[in-house]
Design a protein around this ligand. Structure first.
Ligand code: SF4
Length: 473
């Protein structure tokens, strides 16, 4: 895939007689954030935890019989995309862990921990065994360690957060029959709180609430710990930071357009990006408007293209039609090479693009392989001019905060200027958003968002291990 890859989704529900069923619905709605594995753990009072996790997709894993074995009114769930390492059963989440004093904890996380190796060595030296290479299991074991120091759950989570400096994590946990949700102090990954009748719900994205008919209450604040117990929700300060680093790519690409992320409607944000692209690149339109058609690379660029069309007055149409069925498995079966993936996924509609000056809008360029093929396909379909506009600034740096990105050398914008990329992808014009333009679309003060993949200014850079930074040299 010539895209940054989604990371994971987390979900939690407290006080719902159908907790596991509703967790499976919520995870299904967030399947775009991870398709490699899924898991649900429930708490059933005196009978303790029930856990089911395996590789595959939510709808095939959580059948009626599986859900029937997940009783209880409290549940957490997780969709996994493996940012690194193998996709083994041990690496799937949630993780169940028993402290030395016999307290059972179950937890799941979305993110990445730069200090993983050091903390793991320390825990193992103290007899806290880990079965996977998964960040979430490390967090579960750390909480177990602090519970063993006779701290209460909130204090144990607070101490854990202090050890995870520089990490990106949004977590859901069940400890002693209580649901906990907490988020790293810079708030890299989203986490929202809602109410479903008498039940409380937490999720990576608000689309998980929509399927349940749950009401959105608020974002869980960066650095905050939320505890849900009885019919009460209480918030505690975990670790404070005056600086925020919300991942801007959640708004650009990762999250569904019908979600609210960091307090913003994702679809409205993307339309503002389209408007900004028009304001930055309107000079490229030199011919009568009826000669142009605005198209998107579906689906993540649809709203950016719509925003561009609305601001410019140029017609929007569906010039690329997306094939929704599994392509990767078919290709891997040896039918064709990687190049054919693009052709399988997107087919130009000649009725839309033939004889037109096509303005094709995409959310980002990573390696450039996809957009180069799309430009060629559009020309073969009869486009007389191909203008490429991108809803993000050039990506020049890898991510160390839970997003699967290629090495810096593979990022085309780290190797050449815009004109070189235009030449490479054989477009008549190539235009990006500027960092300033992108920030204006957020309508937030500067310093709210992480922009490291565009400017190399890594938050808490001193916590990133040297071997990871080496790929930048
Ligand atoms: Fe998001 Fe880019 Fe920052 Fe990674 S480096 S957290 S992808 S904005």
């Amino acid at each position: 895939m010539d895209k940054f890859q989604h990371e994971c989704a987390v979900f939690g529900i407290y006080g719902d007689p159908k907790a596991s069923l509703h967790a499976s619905w919520a995870l299904h709605m967030m399947q775009h954030r991870g398709q490699e594995a899924a898991g649900i753990a429930t708490w059933n009072g005196g009978n303790g935890f029930h856990l089911h996790k395996e590789t595959g997709r939510v709808r095939t894993i959580f059948t009626g019989s599986v859900l029937g074995n997940l009783p209880g009114q409290i549940a957490i769930g997780h969709n996994r995309y493996s940012t690194c390492g193998p996709n083994t059963p041990q690496d799937t989440q949630p993780h169940l862990y028993t402290s030395k004093q016999g307290v059972e904890i179950v937890g799941a996380s979305n993110g990445d921990l730069p200090g993983y190796a050091k903390i793991r060595s320390r825990l193992e030296a103290q007899g806290y065994e880990l079965k996977s290479n998964n960040d979430a299991e490390l967090i579960v074991a750390l909480i177990a360690f602090y519970l063993d120091q006779n701290l209460d759950e909130v204090e144990a989570i607070k101490c854990t957060m202090q050890e995870l400096r520089g990490g990106a994590y949004s977590c859901v946990f069940i400890i002693n029959g209580k649901l906990f949700a907490f988020r790293d102090p810079r708030g890299f990954r989203p986490l929202v709180l809602g109410r479903h009748y008498e039940a409380y719900v937490v999720a990576s994205e608000t689309v998980a609430f929509d399927i349940l008919g749950a009401d959105y209450i608020r974002e869980i604040e960066p650095g905050q710990i939320v505890r849900i117990d009885g019919d009460r929700e209480r918030s505690f300060e975990g670790v404070r930071s005056d600086e925020k680093s919300f991942c801007i790519f959640e708004l650009i690409y990762f999250s569904r357009p019908d979600s609210w992320i960091f307090g913003h409607s994702v679809s409205r944000f993307r339309k503002r990006e389209g408007d900004m692209l028009w304001r930055l690149h309107k000079h490229v339109i030199r011919m009568p408007p009826e000669e142009y058609v605005v198209i998107s690379v579906p689906d993540s660029s649809n709203h950016i293209a719509l925003g561009f069309s609305q601001s410019s007055g140029l017609a929007f149409d569906f010039g690329l039609v997306r094939h929704h069925y599994a392509v990767r498995e078919f290709i891997e079966a040896g039918q064709a090479g990687r190049d054919e993936v693009v052709k399988f996924k997107n087919n130009p509609d000649k009725a839309v693009v033939k004889g037109k000056r096509v303005i094709v809008i995409d959310d980002s360029i990573v390696r450039s392989t996809t957009i180069r093929k799309l430009v060629r396909m559009l020309r073969l379909a009869g486009a007389i001019e191909v203008i490429v506009l991108i809803g993000s600034p050039p990506i020049t740096h890898s991510c160390f905060y839970g997003i699967d990105t290629p090495t810096q050398a593979e990022l085309v914008a780290s190797q050449m200027e815009v004109e070189g990329i235009r030449n490479l992808i054989e477009a008549d014009y190539l235009g990006y958003l500027t960092i300033e333009g992108l920030l204006e679309c957020t309508m937030e003060p500067s310093g709210t968002f992480c922009l490291a993949c565009f400017n190399g200014e890594y938050p808490e850079a001193d916590t990133i291990p040297e071997e990871k930074l080496k790929v930048l040299e």
